[in-house]
Design a protein around this ligand. Sequence first.
Ligand SMILES: NC(=O)c1ccc[n+]([C@@H]2O[C@H](COP(=O)([O-])OP(=O)(O)OC[C@H]3O[C@@H](n4cnc5c(N)ncnc54)[C@H](O)[C@@H]3O)[C@@H](O)[C@H]2O)c1
Length: 326
Amino acid sequence: MPLLLNRKDVMQVLDMKDCMEVVEKAFAEMANGTAVLPLRINITPPSGLSLYMPAYLKELGALACKIVTIYKDNPKKHNMPVIVGKVLLQDPATGDVICIMDGGYLTAIRTGAASGVATKYLARKDSGQVTGIFGAGVQAKAQLWAVAEARKLSKALVFDISDEAVTAFISEMSGKLGIDVLKADSADQMLDQSDIICASTSSATPIFDGSKVKDGTHINGIGSHTPAARELDTNIIKRSTLIADSYEACLSEAGDVMIPIDEGAIDKSHMKAELGEVITGEKPARSNDSEITLFKSNGLAIQDVATAKLVFDKAVKAGIGTSVDI
Ligand SMILES: NC(=O)c1ccc[n+]([C@@H]2O[C@H](COP(=O)([O-])OP(=O)(O)OC[C@H]3O[C@@H](n4cnc5c(N)ncnc54)[C@H](O)[C@@H]3O)[C@@H](O)[C@H]2O)c1
């Protein structure tokens, strides 16, 4: 009988540290050839966009598909969010769906987890670093949580065009992490003070001047993931050692990478590795303390599938959720 897990159930069992562990394994499986990751299928019904993200991870024994819909008129017409996501987890042995779970919180945590793993491998190793978070929304909170798992931070700064979002971010994240979380007055101020930066906004145009990023910075770029949108300017892409979540995703979905290629500023060889190749040691990570490293995340189904299996296993152990006979 499939287990139903609502958002509250998922939130109860899903922790960033555990999620980073399975997401790291998922990226390693991608590099080792034991992951099956078909391209995302997009369908456009008249009112919105429906995305199907399946994957299989042999070593983790995880098979699932996330369905995400983006319906802009949902709030106005149906009193529902714009983005809705659910994951269908299957038993790889029988193929049967064994769990249906909410995918909203899971998406934020798995996206944070990928940045946390990238930070663990790519950021400088010294402790007491400052992290600067661009954006104060749902993803931004998970980015800070993950970076704080990967490095011992002295403080965090946040910059957003919405003061309301910044206030809510500071109140929630300083309580959760027990570190100083402060408002940055400008993007430049944040670049000047930060060692690790997360670009996690909804902006479709560059959010900072790449020439002002300090040498030695690590950047996680997770926001824009359509060919025409970008958070990062050409300058910072050129200055960085660029690590992709997936070459294929970066070349088909990431304006951050595709626009500089179209401009002739870089070619695809500028992507030095996929994150999985860095994790397995196949490709080098940072080579010195003055290099700027940049992880471009588009969001892969392997992250959802590994996280969904983790959530299911923990929920079963804790006796959480409702079983239904379908
Ligand atoms: N890479 C991935 O796996 C992945 C996964 C999920 C979402 N995303 C992307 O992450 C981004 C953020 O999503 P979210 O759910 O947090 O959205 P959100 O609406 O909760 O937050 C976005 C925040 O960005 C702020 N913002 C917009 N333009 C800005 C600018 N120029 N400077 C500073 N702040 C600015 C907004 O005011 C808002 O507070 C979106 O682009 C989304 O598509 C990526």
